[in-house]
Design a protein around this ligand. Structure first.
Ligand code: NAD
Ligand code: MN
Length: 491
């Protein structure tokens, strides 16, 4: 396909390293009994076939990780840190190729893909810095007793990753897991397995010992579930939909695995009547429409004081209709396609249903005239908090504006959700900012900035957005367990 060429050419060197039909186990690409085809998300062009694993392949990967674990956990922590830094350096050195490949196979504009790869490098470096800074503590004891607490790795961790940030979500898990001394098996999403496989090879080239990082793509019900069931996997870290997350937790309970769940969201932006609209408006548009709304923490509900609502809606619509829709290979593109035509139909169907139910469409709600599964940036006004559009995750560029009379109504609307991943608040009143931040039921509250993710701060859900945290020191703790050592030293 001619139109897809610029991205394919830019990432050709990377793809040339990948032998088709393979998975990555024990430091090598291994031919798998079955395959799945990876497509470019704009034009549907075939990129390559990757290996697809079943329970036997997952067992081979877990066995390899299990075999690698004793030496990996015994390695000097500073040596583990050096390997993580080396992986980051290699990724940084090949930045442009990785950006092109991720853009192509995950369907994201180059500008979004750049943020992902830059963040992956920073995340590797941040956790590398903790590999040799993990300590325990000595506990108050009688003179004849010595008691202390060690923090130890868990063993083999199963890491299940979604398609919206394929490499970045993998690195959020791999970096702390390896820094803490665990070995891992990664199950990438079937739509986006390629950068995960190539990253495993990059890690080996950087010196990571065989078996420490294994990657097996495959269907969720087969490969994913085999990992969740496997008796020698001690922890599952899952990022994906709430529905699958619940299944994962149920099955993981059979073998009492530790579980981290990063699930869906319906996160709000709250614009109070004293908000600085010059900043709040563009930030609210970006918070919702970035990566075509396919972000777990997309702020898809805009809760706004009635007194400012007309102006806010008008200005948001101006941005939404002005976003540059374009090819993934065009650096100027602001709004790319959604992941596939199935998602496009689902999103457009939800927009039609909302209109039938009486919602007030301000802009969008249709497929723009551009090759690929695109959805126009869409805004619905006058949405009521109980409406489907205010309750269900759309996972597309669709914003629901909820008008409220006062601050208390804003807080009530923000918390009227089964989800609780993130929230953004706009106000110039410092007291209100602190007070409301304490009242919002979400794992992250950002004030006067759309940024809800920082490597240094924990990220994760309240309520049905999940449990456990990634990033920050909590993200490292998620891959450690405590051991108490109690010693009689009386003689
Ligand atoms: P998904 O739940 O369909 O798939 C996620 C991963 O789980 C994939 O690798 C998939 O193959 C695997 N999987 C599917 N069925 C499985 C099973 N039965 N057992 C084990 N593994 C299985 O989600 P998706 O469609 O890839 O991603 C979109 C969802 O992810 C959205 O709901 C979004 O909100 C969520 N998400 C959350 C975060 C977060 O940090 N909270 C980040 C990104 C995406
Ligand atoms: Mn899915």
């Amino acid at each position: 396909m001619a139109q897809a060429m610029p991205l394919m050419t830019a990432s050709a060197d990377l793809r040339a390293r990948y032998p088709e039909g393979t998975v990555y186990i024990d430091g090598a690409f291994i031919v798998s009994p079955s395959r799945l085809t990876v497509y470019g998300k704009q034009f549907g062009d075939t990129i390559c076939d990757v290996g697809s694993g079943n329970a036997d392949v997952i067992d081979a990967a877990v066995t390899s990780a299990d075999k690698a674990w004793p030496a990996w956990r015994a390695m000097a922590p500073s040596a583990r840190a050096a390997l993580l830094y080396a992986m980051a350096d290699r990724l940084a050195a090949e930045m442009d190729q990785w950006i092109s490949l991720e853009a192509h196979h995950a369907g994201k504009p180059l500008s979004d893909a750049r943020i992902d790869i830059v963040s992956a490098v920073m995340t590797l470096r941040w956790f590398a810095g903790f590999a040799d800074r993990i300590d325990g503590r000595v506990v108050a004891s009688a003179e004849t007793v010595h008691r202390y607490i060690r923090r130890e790795p868990l063993g083999v961790c199963g890491l299940i990753v979604p398609w919206n940030f394929p490499l970045l979500m993998m690195v959020w898990k791999v970096a702390p897991a390896l820094a803490a001394g665990n070995t891992v098996v990664v199950k990438p999403a079937s739509l986006t397995p390629l950068t995960a496989l190539l990253f495993a090879k990059l890690a080996s080239d950087a010196g990571l010992p065989a078996g420490v990082l294994n990657v097996v793509p495959g269907p969720g019900e087969a490969a994913g579930m085999a990992l969740v069931r496997h008796p020698r996997v001690t922890k599952i870290s899952f990022t994906g939909s709430t529905e699958i997350g619940k299944q994962v937790a149920r099955i993981a309970a059979d073998t009492v695995k530790r579980v981290t769940l990063e699930l869906g969201g319906k996160s709000p932006t709250i614009i109070l009547d004293d908000a600085d609209l010059e900043k709040a408006i563009p930030a609210s548009a970006a918070g919702c429409f970035g990566h075509a709304g396919q972000k777990c923490a997309a702020r898809t509900r805009v809760i706004v004081s009635e007194s400012r609502a007309d102006e806010v809606v008008e200005r948001l619509a101006k941005i939404a209709t002005g976003l540059k829709i374009g090819d993934l290979s065009d650096p100027a593109t602001q709004l790319g396609p959604v992941i596939d035509t199935k998602a496009q139909s689902r999103i457009l169907g939800m927009c039609q249903d909302a209109q039938k139910a009486g919602a007030s469409l301000v802009c969008g709600g249709e497929a723009p005239d551009h090759t690929g599964p695109y959805v126009s940036a869409t805004i619905f006004d006058q949405v009521k908090s109980g409406d489907v559009l205010a309750q269900e995750e759309v996972f597309g560029p669709v914003m629901a504006v909820i008008r409220v009379s006062d601050e208390d109504a804003a807080i009530a609307a923000a918390n009227d959700s089964d989800y609780g991943l993130a929230a953004t608040l706009w106000t110039r009143d410092v007291g209100k900012a602190h007070r409301i931040s304490g009242q919002i039921q979400a794992g992250t509250v950002s004030v006067n900035t759309p940024a809800v993710v920082g490597i240094e701060t924990p990220f994760g859900g309240y309520k049905q957005s999940g449990y456990g945290r990634e990033l920050g020191l909590e993200g490292l703790d998620a891959y450690l367990q405590s051991k108490a050592v109690i010693m009689d030293i009386s003689s």
